[in-house]
Design a protein around this ligand. Structure first.
Ligand SMILES: Cc1ncc(COP(=O)(O)O)c(C=O)c1O
Length: 396
């Protein structure tokens, strides 16, 4: 038989389609705005990570345009060879200052940060202690290591203590404790103060992925380390991304100068991948400018969050463990989440279902992500749709 080299992909894809597990990609026809054009339909957007609508802020757009004029469309190289421009360094200085850290390092994306940095922090003689619900990019980063892995129950500090004691039995040279800051499926916050307390007696490194917490939590959106009034002597790696509330693109890590010196010399995703186009670096700087000078965005985000959560709860929705602008509307069964999402879409609301295998079979939900750019009127329209469709589907 002659082998069909890539026919297996069609078979695998068809299996996904048969199981209704394939992604149906929607086309955003224009900017990611609180009211956006998707597949020819105007919708109120409840599933974008653009929490503060900064991707449309005039200062960010202007900075990007100006950087193209002054520095060109691309950087021409990886950072280590000839791709470090003055604006890349300026961004790292500004970010470190914003985060209250000694130094910061930017990567092409958050995923590339976790995948490039985590494997450089431990060897086969070490241990990694990880929250059971950590993000996939952390899991992939951990998989690239030879360290022994230990998992603790989600946000459970007592279990973390137990697992740390367990890890010590192997006498590891180093221990890395790693957690999301805000968990992207439930919108709950890692008890980072408790994590620090538990890890300190073990001399463990602490790594937090604050992709959904920065520009959302903490003083003026400075993130989870600020939220818990901790320092970078206590939390050694404050990792994040510009692709969410900052409204642009790119990963980063903040901490000590020693950490940054080490990370940039070792992370393969930093050394072997092109640096950001000037427009991206410049708009990231502008995003920091906006956060430092216009506190209204973070304030409005939280006001909108409170209004929307109250509205959903008053109708009888279960919003799970949400403590942040990530607000699940729990449906239990996957079919109900899909029916609710479809019904909302007909009403002009884009809010997508999260179903098995992304969450446990009986924990399906719609994941709403609040946005500071949504008006009260838009929130009321969205809530009215939730009431109408939720009753029809039998959720409330
Ligand atoms: C917790 C977490 N970490 C990392 C990432 C990856 O960030 P980026 O989009 O910059 O690759 C994401 C994005 O989905 C995330 O939610």
């Amino acid at each position: 038989m002659v082998r069909d080299p890539i026919g297996w992909m069609r078979d695998e894809y068809n299996k996904l389609v048969d199981a209704n597990l394939n992604w149906r990609i929607r086309e955003l026809q224009g900017p990611s705005t609180p009211s956006a054009m998707i597949d020819g339909k105007e919708v109120i957007m409840l599933c974008s990570n653009n929490y503060l609508n900064l991707s449309n802020h005039p200062k960010l757009k202007e900075a990007a345009l100006n950087a193209i004029k002054s520095h060109g469309a691309g950087s021409g190289s990886v950072r280590a060879i000839a791709g470090t421009m003055d604006i890349h360094l300026e961004l790292e200085r500004r970010l470190a200052n914003f985060k209250g850290a000694e130094a910061a390092l930017t990567y092409s994306a958050g995923f590339a940060t976790n995948e490039g940095l985590i494997p450089q922090l431990v060897t086969k003689n070490d241990a990694i202690v990880s929250d059971e619900l950590n993000h996939g990019s952390i899991i992939d980063g951990v998989r690239l290591t030879k360290a022994k892995r230990f998992v603790y129950k989600h946000t459970d500090v007592a279990d973390l203590e137990r697992v740390l004691d367990e890890a010590e039995k192997d006498n590891p040279e180093k221990i890395l404790v790693i957690t999301d800051g805000v968990f992207s499926m439930d919108g709950d916050i890692a008890p980072l103060d408790g994590v620090v307390k538990a890890a300190e007696p073990h001399g463990a490194m602490i790594y937090v992925d604050d992709a959904h917490g920065e520009a959302v939590l903490g003083e003026g959106g400075r993130g989870i380390v600020s939220h818990f009034k901790l320092t970078h002597e206590q939390v050694h790696f404050e990792m994040g991304t510009f692709s969410k509330a900052f409204g642009t693109m790119g990963g980063h890590v903040s901490g000590s100068r020693d950490m940054v010196n080490y990370a940039l010399n070792k992370s393969r995703s930093w050394l072997l991948s092109g640096s950001h186009p000037p427009a991206t670096a410049a708009s990231c700087i502008a995003a920091i400018d906006v956060l430092e000078t216009e506190p209204i965005h973070v304030k409005t985000l939280w006001e909108n969050r409170e209004y929307f959560v109250k509205g959903l709860k008053d109708m009888g929705y279960d919003t799970g463990f949400s403590q942040t602008p990530i607000i699940p509307a729990m449906t239990g069964e996957s079919s109900k989440a899909v029916a609710l999402s479809d019904g909302l879409y007909d009403e002009g609301i884009l809010a997508l279902p999260i179903v098995f295998p992304m969450v446990a079979r009986d924990k399906a939900r719609i994941r709403n992500i609040m946005n500071s750019g949504l008006s009260m009127e838009q929130l009321d329209i969205a809530l009215a749709a939730y009431e109408k469709i939720g009753k029809r589907v039998g959720i409330i």
